[in-house]
Design a protein around this ligand. Sequence first.
Ligand code: APR
Ligand code: PHB
Length: 387
Amino acid sequence: MRTQVGIVGAGPAGLVLAHLLRRAGIDSVVLEARSRAHVEGRIRAGVLEQGTADLLDGLGLGARMRREGLVHHGIELRFAGERHRIDLHALTEGRSITVYGQHEVVKDLIAARLDAGDPIRFAVEGVRLEGLASERPAILYRQDGQEQRLECDLVAGCDGFHGVCRAAVPPGALTVHERLYPFAWLGILAEAPPVADELIYSAHERGFALSSMRSPTLSRLYLQCAPDADAGAWPAGRIWDELRIRLDCDLPEGPIVQKGVTGMRSFVVEPLQYGRLFLAGDAAHIVPPTGAKGLNLAVADVRVLAAAIAAFAATGSTDALDGYSARCLDRIWRVQRFSWWMTALLHRFPDADPFDRRLRAAELSQLVHLPSAARTLAENYVGLPLL
Ligand code: APR
Ligand code: PHB
């Protein structure tokens, strides 16, 4: 089999790339290790930057997002018994975010691609890459017990943090930058109305808490917990009690329909290219979930990659492809900085001394008293301009 672009991974990065390439008249095949049901049922974050929502719209994929997504013009910060609204709309000249689950985005992208008759191969096994340093790379895999070989002009490694593409690069060709955090998030989805119309980020002395939502009847709530926490040690009663304390308010309870612990790390590999392999999304970088930048950053990567691939297809020149990595890394590091900063600002660090705690309190105070500080938060939160 042959295609122009072999895409490994049907997460947001791989799927958005496939749609952008189709619009540019470029063929691709998407290979996904898991089943369609698994990919569509995987609960992740749910905040779309304005640029991400606009891009989905521009691809004709935004109809359900516009119908069911919730547009938010502000967020609330709670700390030290105080409540402050950050007016995203006013601070960013009218920009906003859309609360819409990542797995809903994934469902829309899969349905549109399959409806158009374009290939996604689910449940493929044993994916490995060949000839990356040549002009004829290939992806080998098994499907229904049959060995397959997909030859392409280039390979897009969109297979997430635990994928095989990054690992296929020879040792020494990539530099890894990584930071781990001494905590994790316990996340729940509960059949209960959200406590407020907007997201609440709370920096409580017992630890961070976040109130988010998926719909007017479905809450998405998070609690900072130990990095090795066992979700089983958090029965419903303990979760609701802790949420009440940290969010500093009463909140509607309801059946918890999903519960899980998410680790926190910052991670970047450089460069994003090895020969004819291009890494994008979580395969190349991870941000801690505070601020919900993961999906948005993946979309920003593939937007640049699709344009570079289109230039290559049109001219045969690899100049734009060779510039892909540097072009993306500028944004990647700025978003890393923001996600790290927001994480450090709002969480309790077990080893923080009184000096650290005073600095954190001063930073929170500055945010709500200095409009330029609030504006910097707001501009990053709604999303840096796309290149
Ligand atoms: N072969 C094929 N597919 C694979 C392989 C493999 N060897 N390994 C992993 N995959 C698939 C995963 O099953 C997953 O569907 O690659 C996909 C990667 O998708 P994501 O993990 O969603 O990553 P990405 O598309 O980069 O999206 C980034 O997703 O992880 C969240 O928080 C993150 O919101 C961010 C966004
Ligand atoms: C979510 O709704 O899942 C969410 C919202 C905001 C964040 C992180 C996650 O900062």
